[in-house]
Design a protein. Structure first.
Length: 207
Protein backbone atom coordinates (compact mmCIF):
# COMPACT_ATOMS: atom_id res chain seq x y z
CA UNK A 1 0.00 0.00 0.00
CA UNK A 2 1.34 3.41 -0.94
CA UNK A 3 1.46 6.38 1.43
CA UNK A 4 -1.32 8.05 -0.60
CA UNK A 5 -3.55 4.98 -0.32
CA UNK A 6 -2.91 4.71 3.42
CA UNK A 7 -3.73 8.39 3.96
CA UNK A 8 -6.96 8.11 1.98
CA UNK A 9 -7.96 4.98 3.86
CA UNK A 10 -7.47 6.79 7.19
CA UNK A 11 -9.49 9.79 6.00
CA UNK A 12 -12.39 7.64 4.75
CA UNK A 13 -12.39 5.79 8.09
CA UNK A 14 -12.60 9.13 9.92
CA UNK A 15 -15.54 10.21 7.75
CA UNK A 16 -17.37 6.92 8.31
CA UNK A 17 -16.92 7.33 12.07
CA UNK A 18 -18.12 10.97 12.04
CA UNK A 19 -20.85 11.93 14.53
CA UNK A 20 -20.66 15.72 14.37
CA UNK A 21 -24.26 16.09 13.18
CA UNK A 22 -25.37 14.32 16.39
CA UNK A 23 -22.78 15.37 18.95
CA UNK A 24 -22.12 18.97 17.82
CA UNK A 25 -24.79 19.79 15.23
CA UNK A 26 -25.51 23.04 13.46
CA UNK A 27 -29.17 23.40 14.37
CA UNK A 28 -31.25 20.33 15.12
CA UNK A 29 -29.26 17.10 15.48
CA UNK A 30 -29.59 14.29 12.98
CA UNK A 31 -32.78 12.43 14.01
CA UNK A 32 -31.22 8.97 13.71
CA UNK A 33 -27.86 7.25 14.02
CA UNK A 34 -25.24 8.52 11.55
CA UNK A 35 -24.34 6.22 8.67
CA UNK A 36 -21.96 8.07 6.33
CA UNK A 37 -22.03 6.66 2.79
CA UNK A 38 -19.19 7.29 0.33
CA UNK A 39 -16.72 5.51 -1.94
CA UNK A 40 -13.23 6.68 -2.83
CA UNK A 41 -9.95 5.32 -4.17
CA UNK A 42 -6.64 6.66 -5.43
CA UNK A 43 -7.34 5.30 -8.92
CA UNK A 44 -10.88 6.51 -9.70
CA UNK A 45 -10.85 9.28 -12.30
CA UNK A 46 -14.61 9.87 -12.21
CA UNK A 47 -16.53 11.19 -9.18
CA UNK A 48 -20.31 11.12 -8.77
CA UNK A 49 -21.22 13.95 -6.39
CA UNK A 50 -24.85 14.25 -5.43
CA UNK A 51 -27.04 15.56 -2.63
CA UNK A 52 -27.29 13.03 0.21
CA UNK A 53 -28.36 9.42 0.74
CA UNK A 54 -32.07 8.66 0.80
CA UNK A 55 -33.99 6.22 2.99
CA UNK A 56 -33.12 3.08 1.00
CA UNK A 57 -29.45 4.01 0.91
CA UNK A 58 -29.50 4.66 4.66
CA UNK A 59 -30.83 1.15 5.17
CA UNK A 60 -28.46 -0.57 2.74
CA UNK A 61 -25.33 1.55 3.10
CA UNK A 62 -24.93 1.28 -0.70
CA UNK A 63 -25.04 4.60 -2.61
CA UNK A 64 -27.71 4.97 -5.28
CA UNK A 65 -29.26 1.59 -4.44
CA UNK A 66 -32.69 2.90 -5.46
CA UNK A 67 -34.66 3.98 -8.52
CA UNK A 68 -32.71 7.22 -8.76
CA UNK A 69 -29.56 5.14 -9.02
CA UNK A 70 -31.07 3.07 -11.82
CA UNK A 71 -31.87 6.22 -13.77
CA UNK A 72 -28.44 7.76 -13.12
CA UNK A 73 -26.68 4.61 -14.36
CA UNK A 74 -28.88 4.68 -17.46
CA UNK A 75 -27.92 8.32 -18.07
CA UNK A 76 -24.24 7.43 -17.67
CA UNK A 77 -24.49 4.32 -19.83
CA UNK A 78 -22.85 2.07 -17.23
CA UNK A 79 -23.63 -1.27 -15.63
CA UNK A 80 -23.99 -1.74 -11.89
CA UNK A 81 -20.67 -3.54 -11.88
CA UNK A 82 -18.95 -0.55 -13.47
CA UNK A 83 -20.75 1.99 -11.29
CA UNK A 84 -19.81 0.21 -8.06
CA UNK A 85 -16.21 -0.45 -9.04
CA UNK A 86 -14.54 1.78 -6.45
CA UNK A 87 -11.26 1.62 -8.34
CA UNK A 88 -12.91 3.50 -11.21
CA UNK A 89 -15.77 5.54 -9.72
CA UNK A 90 -15.74 7.64 -6.54
CA UNK A 91 -19.10 8.54 -4.96
CA UNK A 92 -19.02 11.62 -2.74
CA UNK A 93 -22.39 13.18 -1.75
CA UNK A 94 -22.58 16.69 -0.29
CA UNK A 95 -24.01 15.19 2.88
CA UNK A 96 -22.70 11.75 3.78
CA UNK A 97 -25.68 10.77 5.96
CA UNK A 98 -29.39 10.52 5.21
CA UNK A 99 -30.66 13.89 6.56
CA UNK A 100 -34.21 12.78 7.37
CA UNK A 101 -37.49 13.99 5.88
CA UNK A 102 -39.79 16.97 6.25
CA UNK A 103 -43.48 16.83 7.17
CA UNK A 104 -44.43 16.12 3.55
CA UNK A 105 -42.08 13.15 3.25
CA UNK A 106 -39.47 14.89 1.11
CA UNK A 107 -35.80 14.46 1.94
CA UNK A 108 -34.28 17.35 3.86
CA UNK A 109 -31.27 19.23 2.44
CA UNK A 110 -27.79 17.78 3.07
CA UNK A 111 -26.48 18.36 6.57
CA UNK A 112 -24.54 21.63 6.79
CA UNK A 113 -21.73 20.04 8.79
CA UNK A 114 -20.41 17.63 6.14
CA UNK A 115 -19.03 19.72 3.30
CA UNK A 116 -17.07 22.31 5.33
CA UNK A 117 -15.62 19.61 7.56
CA UNK A 118 -14.66 16.97 5.01
CA UNK A 119 -14.91 17.86 1.32
CA UNK A 120 -11.75 19.87 0.79
CA UNK A 121 -9.73 17.27 2.69
CA UNK A 122 -11.24 14.45 0.70
CA UNK A 123 -10.77 15.97 -2.74
CA UNK A 124 -7.23 16.98 -1.82
CA UNK A 125 -6.64 13.25 -1.30
CA UNK A 126 -8.16 12.51 -4.74
CA UNK A 127 -5.96 14.53 -7.12
CA UNK A 128 -6.48 11.98 -9.90
CA UNK A 129 -10.19 12.84 -10.31
CA UNK A 130 -10.65 14.25 -13.82
CA UNK A 131 -14.41 14.70 -13.99
CA UNK A 132 -17.06 15.43 -11.37
CA UNK A 133 -20.69 14.65 -12.14
CA UNK A 134 -22.40 17.35 -10.06
CA UNK A 135 -25.86 15.88 -9.51
CA UNK A 136 -28.35 18.49 -8.32
CA UNK A 137 -28.03 22.10 -7.23
CA UNK A 138 -26.24 21.49 -3.91
CA UNK A 139 -23.37 19.68 -5.62
CA UNK A 140 -23.31 22.21 -8.43
CA UNK A 141 -23.00 25.14 -6.05
CA UNK A 142 -20.08 23.48 -4.26
CA UNK A 143 -18.14 22.21 -7.25
CA UNK A 144 -18.80 25.14 -9.60
CA UNK A 145 -18.63 27.88 -6.98
CA UNK A 146 -19.37 31.32 -8.41
CA UNK A 147 -19.69 29.81 -11.89
CA UNK A 148 -22.93 28.06 -10.86
CA UNK A 149 -26.08 29.74 -12.10
CA UNK A 150 -28.77 31.24 -9.84
CA UNK A 151 -30.98 28.20 -10.47
CA UNK A 152 -30.77 24.61 -11.67
CA UNK A 153 -32.24 25.70 -15.01
CA UNK A 154 -29.53 28.30 -15.47
CA UNK A 155 -26.71 25.94 -14.52
CA UNK A 156 -28.01 23.15 -16.72
CA UNK A 157 -28.52 25.55 -19.62
CA UNK A 158 -24.79 26.35 -19.46
CA UNK A 159 -23.64 22.74 -19.19
CA UNK A 160 -21.36 22.99 -22.23
CA UNK A 161 -19.65 26.08 -20.83
CA UNK A 162 -19.10 24.39 -17.47
CA UNK A 163 -17.66 21.30 -19.14
CA UNK A 164 -15.20 23.45 -21.11
CA UNK A 165 -13.85 25.30 -18.07
CA UNK A 166 -10.09 25.14 -17.64
CA UNK A 167 -10.40 24.42 -13.91
CA UNK A 168 -9.67 20.85 -12.87
CA UNK A 169 -11.39 18.60 -12.22
CA UNK A 170 -13.93 19.44 -14.91
CA UNK A 171 -17.54 19.58 -13.75
CA UNK A 172 -20.48 18.07 -15.63
CA UNK A 173 -23.78 19.34 -14.09
CA UNK A 174 -26.78 17.00 -14.01
CA UNK A 175 -30.27 17.28 -12.52
CA UNK A 176 -31.08 14.87 -9.74
CA UNK A 177 -32.40 11.61 -11.25
CA UNK A 178 -35.34 11.55 -8.83
CA UNK A 179 -38.86 11.02 -10.16
CA UNK A 180 -39.57 14.50 -8.77
CA UNK A 181 -37.70 15.87 -11.81
CA UNK A 182 -39.82 14.02 -14.39
CA UNK A 183 -41.61 17.24 -15.38
CA UNK A 184 -38.29 19.06 -15.87
CA UNK A 185 -36.99 16.24 -18.06
CA UNK A 186 -40.13 16.34 -20.21
CA UNK A 187 -39.85 20.10 -20.64
CA UNK A 188 -36.16 19.90 -21.57
CA UNK A 189 -35.94 17.36 -24.37
CA UNK A 190 -32.41 18.60 -25.20
CA UNK A 191 -31.18 16.86 -22.06
CA UNK A 192 -31.68 13.41 -23.58
CA UNK A 193 -30.97 14.40 -27.18
CA UNK A 194 -27.88 16.57 -26.68
CA UNK A 195 -26.42 16.14 -23.20
CA UNK A 196 -26.67 12.40 -22.59
CA UNK A 197 -24.59 11.35 -25.63
CA UNK A 198 -21.79 13.66 -24.44
CA UNK A 199 -22.11 12.40 -20.87
CA UNK A 200 -21.83 8.78 -21.99
CA UNK A 201 -18.76 9.50 -24.09
CA UNK A 202 -17.06 11.28 -21.20
CA UNK A 203 -17.88 8.50 -18.76
CA UNK A 204 -16.74 5.76 -21.13
CA UNK A 205 -13.44 7.56 -21.73
CA UNK A 206 -12.69 7.55 -18.00
CA UNK A 207 -13.68 3.97 -17.19
Amino acid sequence: MTAQEAALRRLVAEIRACRVCVDAPEGKPLPHAPRPVLRASTTARLAVCSQAPGTKVYQSGIPFSDRSGDRLREWMGVTKEEFYDEARVAIVPMGFCFPGQDAKGADLPPRRECAPLWHRKLFAALPQIELVLAVGSYAQEWHLGEAAGPSLDATMGDWRKHLRRKARPRVFPLPHPSWRNNAWLKENAWFEAELLPVLRREVRRLL
